[in-house]
Design a protein around this ligand. Structure first.
Ligand code: F6P
Length: 533
């Protein structure tokens, strides 16, 4: 057994879980009418109600001991100070620097990165203004109307999720499109909606080596050349990359390249120039609010005591379930159509970060490290997979994300959305005993025999945990805070699990195997072989 799970703090949690395993949250609520206000936190525009978890105040004390045993404070300081905590790539992890409002210098590899950040943000602002005011036009003189982001993974999920989430705050009439996978159907669908003379393509790739992105860029470049007889690169293609020389070798003019740096992980890059689509949509003031929201969460995370620290609490609850209850998955359920891409955003943030099998020192791990993140916007999930949440045999902790205010005031749809999310959380917690079901069936007029036959099927075990995260409204500031909240949750979980949350070597093997398989497919007319070569 790995030494981590042998430590006293882990062992104490296991013993405690055995003690409370047969208690019910329903009873705890009856015994303590203040439970939902005691187990709650507010940070900026986000309220977390974590009272519907299988925890007591003793559980929290034991979880706090776990945090103390892993030296979280020092590790958090190392993150913010820019120490190379991504040890397998010898890199700092400084997405927090991109939203830092302290005006303090931050030296990485002998350079003040605050200056680099400021210069790039200034360039983004100037570029955004030139698109908005029409100084930047297509090569035939048309104003830019369509923005197409060519990128995948972190070079797509952040801007795609955020531009959709904040659509109601758009200050420009630009339309935004995202081409990520390499399926031609996706390209065809986007090209059918745009006017080539009024389109700007943003090639987003940290490495500028990603097959899908480069293939798609070549294809749209060919398409642009077939539609416009002038040189289209200078007016219609910009690049966002940490490998400017590669972008230039591809033909993108140097002046059209916005840099970011190896200390920004792809899945943490929405705060960098990768967020340019969002700035183009929102304008500089609201983009700045987005950064401010994240900064508020950073400051909270750095300074709040363990049990008043929202990201730390979310991480502790995740560890509590994954390691002590042996749960496999976690559902993220935003009751907001605008947040529908948030689930896939978090899938990358959590699973690419913490889906690991060795410790920081390279030793094999004998405990699970990351829940399988899945979900779907409410109310759709209720009519698809929620059955399993209520009666299935997997215990699946859920995060319900609700909005207090909709864009339109007093909207009846919004009231139903809120009530739906809350009732799902209540149903998971309360459940319905077989006896309650039996009585309900009798009241509904069934015979005793029929009621007895049906009652077990209608019994809902309950005692299933969920968090309720309420955003006052879905605005740039609160979205910034929400993303930063989960980023820090991922970091804290990784510290507890003693893993490097910032590399992603697991994705490399498939990339290495692809060229030979591709060559094989391209040189044979038959269907690809599926046996292992
Ligand atoms: O293959 C995984 C990955 O490296 C992600 O970590 C990253 O967000 C994505 O690919 C895209 O990479 P790039 O921005 O270098 O094209």
């Amino acid at each position: 057994m790995n030494s981590l799970t042998k430590q006293p703090a882990w062992q104490a949690l296991s013993r405690h879980q055995a003690d409370i395993a047969n208690q019910s949250m329903r009873d705890w609520f009856l015994q303590d009418p203040n439970r939902s206000s005691s187990f709650a936190l507010q940070v900026g525009g986000i309220h977390l109600d974590y009272s519907r978890n299988i925890i007591t105040s003793q559980s929290l004390t034991l979880l706090e001991n776990l945090v103390n045993s892993v030296n979280l404070k020092d590790k958090t300081n190392a993150l913010f100070a820019g120490l190379p905590i991504n040890t397998t790539e010898n890199r700092a992890v400084l997405h927090t620097a991109l939203r830092d409002k302290s005006n303090c210098p931050l030296i990485v590899n002998g350079e003040n990165i605050a200056d680099q950040i400021k210069n790039t943000q200034d360039a983004m602002l100037a570029f955004t203004a030139s698109i908005h005011n029409g100084h930047w036009v297509g090569v035939t003189g048309k104003r830019i109307k369509h923005i197409v982001n060519l990128g995948i993974g972190g070079s797509c999920t952040g801007p795609k999720m955020a531009t959709e989430a904040l659509k109601d705050f758009a200050i420009s009439p630009l339309s935004f499109h995202f081409i990520s996978s390499v399926d031609k159907a996706e390209i065809n669908d986007v090209l059918a909606q745009i006017d080539p003379e009024a389109t700007l393509f943003i090639v987003s790739s940290k490495t500028f080596t990603t097959l899908e992105t480069l293939t798609n860029t070549e294809t749209v470049l060919e398409w642009m050349r077939s539609k416009i007889s002038h040189n289209v690169l200078a007016n219609h293609f910009i690049a966002i990359t940490a490998a400017s020389e590669k972008a230039m070798a591809f033909g993108i003019p140097k002046a059209n390249i916005f840099p970011f740096w190896d200390w920004v992980g792809g899945r943490y890059s929405i705060w960098s120039a990768i967020g340019l689509p969002l700035m183009l949509q929102l304008g500089s003031k609201q983009f700045n609010e987005f950064l401010n929201g994240a900064y508020t969460m950073d400051e909270h995370f750095k300074s709040a005591p363990t049990l008043e620290n929202m990201p730390v609490l979310l991480a502790l609850l995740s560890v509590w379930y994954v390691n002590i209850f042996q749960t496999k998955a976690q559902a993220i359920i935003p009751y907001s159509y605008r947040l529908r891409h948030f689930v896939s955003y978090l899938q990358q943030a959590e699973m690419e970060s913490n889906g690991k099998c060795v410790t920081n020192a390279g030793n094999p791990i004998d405990y699970p490290t990351c829940p399988i993140i899945f979900g779907e916007e409410g109310c759709n999930g209720q009519h698809t997979y929620h059955q399993l949440l209520h009666q299935g045999q997997h215990l699946v902790p859920c995060d319900f994300i609700l909005l207090d205010h909709a864009t339109e005031a007093n909207d009846k749809h919004h009231a139903i959305m809120q009530a739906s999310g809350l009732s799902q959380s209540s149903a998971l917690m309360r459940g319905k005993s077989e006896n309650e079901s039996f009585k309900e069936l009798l009241i509904a007029g069934l015979s005793e025999a029929d009621a007895a036959r049906l009652a077990p099927h209608k019994m809902i075990p309950g005692n299933r945990p969920s968090n309720i995260l309420r955003l006052k409204e879905l605005n740039p500031y609160n979205l910034g805070s929400l993303i930063a909240l989960y980023e820090h949750k991922v970091f804290v979980s990784g510290v507890i699990w003693d893993i490097n949350s910032f590399d992603q070597w697991g994705v490399e093997l498939g990339k290495q195997l692809l060229p030979d398989i591709l060559k094989n497919i391209q040189t044979t007319s038959s269907q690809p072989e599926t046996e292992i070569g």
